[in-house]
Design a binder for this molecule. Structure first.
Ligand SMILES: Cc1cc2nc3c(=O)[nH]c(=O)nc-3n(C[C@H](O)[C@H](O)[C@H](O)COP(=O)(O)OP(=O)(O)OC[C@H]3O[C@@H](n4cnc5c(N)ncnc54)[C@H](O)[C@@H]3O)c2cc1C
Length: 380
């Protein structure tokens, strides 16, 4: 067994700068990564999804041009769209590798698990350190639908490897990942259906937001199926067939499953280092990111922080202040932009006044293609 000053497990948005900063300060840092450097955000999350959406929005806007008297023939070169997305992802990924190498971080490309207190094994090496930081993120939660296992369904993990535009796309899930990837493919030309268990999309947002988005999705000719479950999945001759609880049957060449996220902790063997998990597998931390094991901290999505890139990065900033400058924090990271829902229960204890914000709709109209969008009226 070898020793180090710091062990980082997972190269998420907070783990990378922490590893680089500690190494730049002269500490011996070991980072374990089981997949691509940069985590979800860079490889199969924010970066590729927004690069993909840029192409989808361009196609969508071009089609809308006829309302302004601009007639265009939209031809989508899907392999080129996806090649560009992967190119951006790869360049970001290479940048991270370079940053870690330059800082002198020892990167071990292997899945890590605890074999004792502050002792981590990955591949054929084992390291012990007084300081261990877990930044292992989340991955797609796959529902137990009869027939689904073993079929070539898509998740955010393999979506960006697509090379052929599916003629018909079926999306299970009405959260933000399903919406952005589903709407993106719809705008690029896939006939898309969204299957949602609840009665609206994005059910953690205000009902008004769901309504505006549902209208936008309909304008992109996306079929919306609310209040239904998928009872069965079949895959034959490269076509998926879904049987819905309503009795309806839907078919498509591609199936995207986006039904939630689960923490990447099941193979971490956290108990070997006396690290407690909650009943959903998230790592329990206190206000200072400390787990139940002395010297072991957890940040980002796996620690049940709000699942945003900037939150994981903010965790890095705060944890560094706590460890290096011994500056205790009073509150864990929060997104930069917060809001209260008007939903009953969310507002208790607050004096809340409400009003509608039409400017919000104007700001969003580029994305939603609002029918009465001011931009279309004034040509902005
Ligand atoms: C499609 C999609 C779009 C998104 N879009 C946005 C957006 O626009 N804006 C935004 O703010 N957020 C977005 N997010 C969320 C964002 O990607 C995450 O919140 C962010 O990446 C923070 O994650 P993290 O730092 O906790 O860990 P991650 O980035 O998930 O990284 C964790 C890393 O740990 C590695 N790992 C896991 N277990 C082990 C182990 N045992 N050993 C070694 N390595 C391990 C994983 O391979 C991974 O590389 C999006 C997510 C998805 C899926």
């Amino acid at each position: 067994m070898e020793t180090a000053d710091v062990i980082v497990i997972g190269s998420g948005q907070g783990g990378i700068p922490l590893a680089a900063d500690f190494a730049n300060d002269g500490r011996k840092v070991v980072l374990f990564e089981r997949d691509a450097l940069g985590g979800s955000c860079i490889n199969y999350g924010c970066t590729p999804s927004k690069a993909f959406l840029a192409a989808a929005h361009a196609a969508g806007r071009a089609r809308l041009g006829k309302k302004l008297g601009i007639h265009t023939q939209v031809e989508v070169d899907f392999p080129a769209v996806m090649e560009r997305v992967r190119g951006i992802r790869n360049s970001f990924n290479q940048g991270i590798r370079k940053r870690l190498e330059t800082a002198g971080v020892k990167v071990i490309c292997a899945e890590a698990s605890f074999v004792g207190e502050r002792t981590v094994k990955g591949g054929d090496v084992t390291f012990q350190a007084p300081l261990v930081i877990i930044n292992t993120g989340t991955s797609a939660l796959i529902p137990d639908i009869p027939g689904l296992a073993g079929t070539p369904y898509l998740t955010n993990r393999n979506f960006f490897d697509l090379n052929t535009l599916p003629a018909r796309l079926l999306v299970i899930g009405g959260g933000y990942i399903g919406l952005e990837l589903g709407q993106g493919l719809a705008r690029l030309g896939s006939q898309t259906h969204l299957i949602v268990r609840g009665d609206r999309v994005l059910d953690r947002e205000e009902a008004d937001v769901s309504k505006v988005l549902a209208e936008a999705l309909k304008q992109d000719s996306i079929g919306l199926h609310f209040g239904v479950n998928v009872n069965h999945v079949a895959h034959e001759s490269n076509v998926f067939s879904l049987t819905l609880s309503s009795g309806e049957q839907l078919q498509g060449e591609a199936l995207l499953v986006v039904t939630g996220r689960k923490p990447n902790t099941s193979r971490l063997n956290a108990a070997a280092s006396k690290i407690e998990l909650d009943d959903r597998g998230f790592i329990k931390i206190d206000q200072q990111f400390h787990t139940t094991c002395s010297g072991v901290y957890a940040i980002g999505d796996a620690a049940k922080q709000p699942a945003f890139t900037h939150v994981s990065w903010e965790d890095y900033r705060r944890l560094k202040a706590i460890i290096v400058w011994r500056k205790p924090d009073t509150e864990r990271s929060r997104p930069w932009l917060c809001g209260l829902h008007r939903t009953p229960g969310w507002t208790s204890g607050y004096d809340v006044r409400t009003g509608s914000q039409t400017r919000y709709q104007r700001a969003c109209c580029h994305i939603t293609h609002e029918p009465n969008c001011a931009c279309d009226r004034v040509g902005a």
